[in-house]
Design a protein around this ligand. Structure first.
Ligand code: CA
Length: 231
């Protein structure tokens, strides 16, 4: 399992790191909330061991931001013993488990591995739909009017972003940041080119187009009944 440890006490972080490596896991340590969160979002781990009291941003805020960003990582929170409030707050905010400090390293490893078994279980399939366009995110399959449409990985990612929020206009720069991340410097033609390719595959063979653009605003996908502006 790939595990991220976000814990500001250097000695404790080191002990946890060593114990996890000894059990065959790949782990890395961050000592404050902001850098830990950034690491979790750039290279998504399977599991995050997250301390509550952290410098910069605390564990609850890290957790809220992870869940808002739709991170699928399992989160095991390190809470203070007796702080029932922390425990409840953590679980409500989307933590998968918690372990009160101080803890025995064997217990931590056992909890981590129990969560790991849940990670390995198949995720329920996520289905997105806009009019007669269907997307199965896990299987990376797209159908329009029951007809399979073959998309490249980047075309798929771009379409998924649009389909997650039908009707919302996305600026080219946002689409570029989310699909291409910081691979090379921004080139607006990249997004334009991919949208053109998507339109060819998704819309050109069908009577009603779903992908629209609004000059100087961006791109959206939406079902025909909510159509107001035209591209
Ligand atoms: Ca701490």
């Amino acid at each position: 399992m790939r595990i991220l440890i976000i814990e500001d006490e250097p000695q404790l972080a080191r002990h946890v790191n060593v114990a996890l490596h000894r059990h065959g896991h790949e782990a890395s340590v961050h000592h404050d909330g902001a850098t830990g969160l950034k690491a979790a979002l750039t290279t998504p781990p399977d599991l995050i061991i997250l301390d509550v009291n952290l410098p910069s941003i605390d564990g609850f805020e890290v957790l809220a931001k992870l869940r808002a960003a739709k991170s699928a990582a399992r989160v095991l929170m390190l809470t203070s013993r007796g702080e029932v409030g922390d425990r409840v707050r953590g679980l409500k905010a989307g933590a998968d488990d918690y372990i009160p400090k101080p803890f025995a390293m064997e217990e931590l490893v056992a909890r981590v591995e129990a969560l790991g078994r849940r990670v390995a279980a198949p995720l329920p399939s996520v289905a997105l739909q806009v009019a007669d366009l269907h997307m199965n995110v896990q299987q990376r399959r797209v159908l329009r009017s029951g007809e399979a449409i073959a998309l490249s990985p980047r075309e798929f990612d771009l379409l998924q972003i649009l389909m997650e929020e039908p009707g919302r206009f996305f600026a080219r720069t946002e689409l570029y940041d989310r699909v291409w991340q910081r691979e090379h410097s921004y080139d607006s033609r990249t997004v334009e080119m991919f949208i053109t390719r998507l339109r060819k595959k998704i819309d050109s063979e069908f009577p009603v187009p779903l992908i629209h653009n609004l000059r100087n605003v961006g791109y959206t996908i939406r079902p025909p009944e909510t159509e107001k502006e035209t591209s």
